[in-house]
Design a protein around this ligand. Sequence first.
Ligand SMILES: Nc1ncnc2c1ncn2[C@@H]1O[C@H](COP(=O)(O)OP(=O)(O)OP(=O)(O)O)[C@@H](O)[C@H]1O
Ligand SMILES: [Mg+2]
Length: 441
Amino acid sequence: TNTTILFFTAIFFMFSVNVKLAFYALLPLPILVVIVYYVNTLINQKSEKIQEQLSRLSSFVQERFSGIRVIKSYVREAQTQEVFEEESNSYKKNSMSLVKVQALFYPAMLLLVGISTILTIYIGGEQVIAGTITAGNIAEFIIYINLLTFPVTMLGWVTTLIQRAAASQKRINEFLKLQPDITSNNVEKPIINGNISFKNVSFTYPDTGIEALKNVSFEIEKGQFLAVIGRTGSGKSTLANLIMRMYDTDAGKIEIDGNELRHINLNNYRNQIGFVPQEVFLFSDTIKNNIAFGLSEISEGQVENAAKNAAVYHNIIDFDQKFETMLGERGITLSGGQKQRVSIARALIKEPKILIFDDCLSAVDTKTEEEILGNLGKIMKGKTSILIAHRISTIKNADKILVLDRGEIIEQGTHYELLEKGGAYAEMYNNQLLEEENLEN
Ligand SMILES: Nc1ncnc2c1ncn2[C@@H]1O[C@H](COP(=O)(O)OP(=O)(O)OP(=O)(O)O)[C@@H](O)[C@H]1O
Ligand SMILES: [Mg+2]
C-alpha cells in the first residue's frame, strides 16, 4: 500500500505541476511495465526448459554409469560420449541464451529510465524557456521519475514471480494429491492361514493393454505346495503380482482364507508373505541388513539361520567381513546365484505364512536347488508355498502344478496326473529329459 500511495501521489503532483511535461515523462513507464513482464515470461520459459534439460542430462549420466559394463562390452564409449557432448552443448547453448536475456534486461530498464529523464529535461527545458515552469520543477520531476520506476519494475517482476510460483505449486499439488490405485481401509490384523483361491481372474496391464491373465481359476489350501510353469511371457509373474496385490484384478476375484483380497488389510497381509521377485534387487548395504530387510528387530542367529536355509551361508562366511560385507556400488558384487539366494534368505527370515518364489532358482545349480527345496520342505511345513519355475525337476513334488499358456491355465494337476494326460506338460517333461541326457553324454 505504501508503494501505491507513493505511486499515485507522485503522479498527482506531476500532473498538477504541468500536464504536458508529466505526460512525456511518464510515457516510457508503460513500455517499461510491458518489457519487464515480457522479459520475465521469457526468462521463466527458458529456465523451465533448462531445468528439464538438466534433469534429462543427469538421468542420462546416471543410467550410463550404471550400465557402464554394457557400454564397454558393446564398445559404445565413443558414441555415448558423443551423445553426452551433444546434450551438454545444447544445455550450454540454452543456458547462454538465458544469461543473455538476463544480461540485456537490466541495461534496457536503465535505458528507459534514462529516456524518461532526457525527455523530462528536454521538454521541461522548453517549458522553462517559455516561462511556464521553473528549473526547480525539472529537478522535482526527475526525483518523481526515480521514485516511480522502482514500483513499476517491481510490478512486472512480482507478477511473473507469482505466475512462476503458481505453476510450480500446481505441479507439486498434482503430485501430492495423487491417490494410490491400490488402497486398503481395513484395520483388522488377522493371522493368515494361507488358503488362496482364484475365481475367473482376468488381468490386463493398463499401460500396454496386454491381457496377461485370462479367466484363471484354481485353489490351494494351507500347507500346500503350488507350482506354476509355462513358457516365457505366459503370465506367471503376473499371477504372483496379483497375489501380492501389486495390481487389482479386472474381472473375477482372489480370495485369501475366504475373504476377498481387496478387502483385506494390505500391510498386515503383505507382512505375512515372503516374496522373492524374479528380478533380484539388493540394496547398497551390508548383507546382514539386506537379509533382515523385512524385519524391525532381529534376534540372535536369525540372519545366519535364514542364510543357511537359503544355502548361501558358506558363501557369506568366505568373505572377509562375513555378514557385514557391503554390497552394491560401494561394496562387492555378488554372483547371480548368490544374489538370488540372499534374496531368498530375505523372504525366509520373515517366517512367512505364504511363500512365493518367482523363478528364483534359475541361477543356482541343481544340487544347491535340491538343498534349498529340502530346507523349504521343513520351513514351509503347514504353510503355503508357490513356486514359479522353468525346470520340471524343481516342481516335481508339488501338490498342484498349473501350466500357463498365454495367460490361460491349460492343464492342472500333480506331476503324475499331468504326465499321464500326455499334454503340454508331458511334452515339456520329455524335452527336458532329452536335454539332460544330451548334456550327460
Ligand atoms: N509391468 C508390466 N506392464 C505391462 N505389461 C507387462 C508388465 N509386466 C508384464 N507384462 C506383459 O504381460 C505378459 C506376461 O508377463 P509375465 O511377466 O507375467 O510373464 P512370465 O510368465 O512371468 O514370463 P517369464 O517366464 O519370462 O518371467 C507379457 O506379455 C508381458 O509383456
Ligand atoms: Mg516372470
